[in-house]
Design a protein around this ligand. Structure first.
Ligand SMILES: Cc1cc2nc3c(=O)[nH]c(=O)nc-3n(C[C@H](O)[C@H](O)[C@H](O)COP(=O)(O)OP(=O)(O)OC[C@H]3O[C@@H](n4cnc5c(N)ncnc54)[C@H](O)[C@@H]3O)c2cc1C
Length: 519
């Protein structure tokens, strides 16, 4: 086994990738209906409450009002030049990043202020008009685009930093700030955002909070549920809920902001966020390593936690099938010996000499024990797997969390289960968080393949007490499978909260909650 040891200290602002849209067929709601069909009543093996029928049909349009001339003149008056009705300009906002979900909205609103969002929602609520909040439109579960003719409320022009305190590291900004722009803003001030993801060039902080995005730094800095200190939210009836605290400690009653983190735009529109940002690490190292089995990869992770401790900031993996797709579709070359599994490991610390010494010792240990075959430095291979997959055909995407020792069993089992029905079955993800991205490609959309994957994948996950959506949310595509991860009492309470905050159900209808929960 060859042993190569090359460490690279990398600049913090590695460039964001947001690929061009893949060339897939876009599906109309009718086709989505077809795709979603075929998931019969299933037993829930999680032991989480009674069995639930999986409602398989795509949603039917709810009896919302249609936009009238009077509505249009109200919006034009409120948002002159920012009420978009030109179909060519709206097209891209009606289609999701994966190009698998296609809405038919005829109106796109682009407010700049909280007051404007409030006026819009007050009017829509009064008129019973449905609204789809949209950030960077990089969501992967069909939550960010309308299903029918919902009004698209884009936060793209709400892109101002409000304050930054360089003693506490607390940033307060409008919801439409693009993640990468915030990262650059902070790096100039010696801080970083506590989250980073492959979509950073387009996704917005409001969208990140609404999906409770995980990403590449969660292992080190934790989830947004901990780093978000405050939110400003406009409720369905236009009331502005000011929870925009900048305090690290505040135990005065219920922590209402948590309701909106991960709510996917179904409970309110987030208009501003305050977030605790860590200091920019002085030294950053990345290592790309090869392993001969998933068991070795897990042992490397254990060893890494022990030896790198506080400087470990990311531990990601991809399998050999992902590497082949990166080589084939993006012409990226594998910098190390071909291996069944690859690890991307990052350290972030304050003392370069100390960090490098620790990393060297760790690499020496894993290489001499043959846990790791080979290594060099490279982040882009891990960051661009999502993009490479979009060039491989129609992709069925699953974002699963499981006990870490089980995560790759699902990929292997799925390969056996699907046989030659699938073009590729690949696994990658965040080992440190027990989060697998299972992706199955096919030359084109294939209802027969889908019927073989679902609900099998959800039953498998539920059996191991995993989550059917670790970080992408439920959106349109997974809403009816919530019972595989949540007890029925919990889902019922979610429905009550939705009814309390949005009694007419105008905010992002058909998303997140199962169909029988929407009004
Ligand atoms: C290449 C690539 C890599 C990715 N990597 C990761 C990853 O590592 N980890 C991860 O978690 N996700 C990842 N994603 C998924 C996606 O980027 C995240 O879900 C992201 O947080 C979405 O942000 P957005 O601004 O694009 O939101 P959108 O896609 O526009 O919206 C997502 C959801 O949030 C709602 N929403 C948006 N803005 C608001 C608001 N202001 N108020 C209320 N609701 C709102 C929308 O209605 C929708 O339901 C990746 C996506 C791509 C394309």
């Amino acid at each position: 086994m060859g042993i190569f040891l090359r460490l690279t200290r990398i600049p913090l602002s590695s460039s964001g990738i947001l690929s061009q849209c893949p060339h897939h067929n876009t599906l109309s709601p009718a086709v989505i209906r077809h795709i979603l069909a075929g998931a019969p009543t299933r037993k829930n093996h999680s032991g989480r409450g009674p069995d639930h029928p999986v409602i398989s049909a795509a949603p039917l349009r709810k009896p919302f009002s249609k936009v009238t001339k009077e509505d249009l003149s109200f919006f034009r008056n409120l948002l002159p030049g920012r009420t978009i009705t030109d179909p060519d300009l709206i097209r891209s906002s009606n289609i999701d990043w994966l190009r698998t979900v296609h809405g038919n909205s005829e109106i796109l609103l682009r407010p700049k202020t909280t007051e404007e969002v409030s006026e819009i929602l007050r009017h829509c609520n009064k008129r019973n008009l449905a609204v789809c909040p949209q950030g960077g439109n990089t969501g992967l579960v069909g939550g960010s685009v309308p299903v029918f003719d919902e009004i698209i409320l884009s936060t793209s022009l709400m892109n101002q930093v409000i304050t930054f305190d360089n003693i506490s590291g607390i940033l307060t900004c409008q919801a439409g700030c693009v993640l990468e722009k915030l990262s650059h803003f902070l790096e100039e001030r010696d801080f970083i955002m506590p989250l980073d993801l492959g979509a950073k060039g387009s996704c917005q902080i409001g969208g990140n909070v609404s999906t409770n995005a995980g990403g590449l730094r969660l292992l080190r800095y934790g989830s947004l549920r901990g780093t978000v200190l405050g939110l400003e939210v406009v409720l369905a009836d236009g009331r502005v809920l000011n929870c925009l605290a900048t305090l690290r400690k505040d135990n005065t009653g219920y922590d209402l902001k948590q309701l909106f983190i991960g709510a996917e735009g179904t409970l309110g529109v987030i208009t501003a966020v305050s977030i605790l940002c860590p200091h920019k690490p002085k030294s950053l190292n990345v290592a790309f390593l090869g392993c001969s089995s998933f068991q070795h990869l897990l042992e490397t992770f254990q060893c890494c936690r022990g030896m790198l401790g506080e400087i470990l900031s990311a531990f990601e993996f991809l399998d050999a099938s992902c590497m082949k797709l990166l080589e084939k579709h993006l012409k990226l070359s594998n910098p190390i010996t071909e291996s069944p599994f690859y690890i991307v490991l990052e350290t972030a610390g304050s003392n370069a000499a100390h960090d490098e010494e620790k990393l060297h010792k760790f690499l020496e240990a894993v290489m001499t024990s043959s846990l790791v075959i080979d290594g060099t430095a490279l982040w882009s291979l891990r960051e661009r797997v999502t993009e490479a997959l979009t060039h491989d055909g129609y992709t069925y995407k699953y974002d699963i969390s499981l006990p870490v020792e089980k995560i790759y069993d699902l990929v292997q089992d799925m390969r056996r289960h699907l046989g030659d029905k699938a073009k590729n079955v690949v696994g990658y993800g965040h080992v440190g968080d027990g989060n697998l991205h299972l992706n199955i490609t096919s030359p084109s959309k294939d209802p027969r393949l889908l019927a073989a994957i679902e609900p099998y994948v959800y039953e498998w996950t539920s059996q191991w007490k995993g989550s059917i959506s670790a970080e992408h949310g439920l959106g349109l595509k997974k809403r009816n499978y919530i019972h595989y991860s949540k007890h029925s009492e919990v889902v019922a309470l979610m429905g009550n909260i939705k009814a309390l905050l949005d009694p007419k159900g105008i905010l992002n209808p058909y998303k997140t909650l199962p169909d029988n929960m929407h009004r």
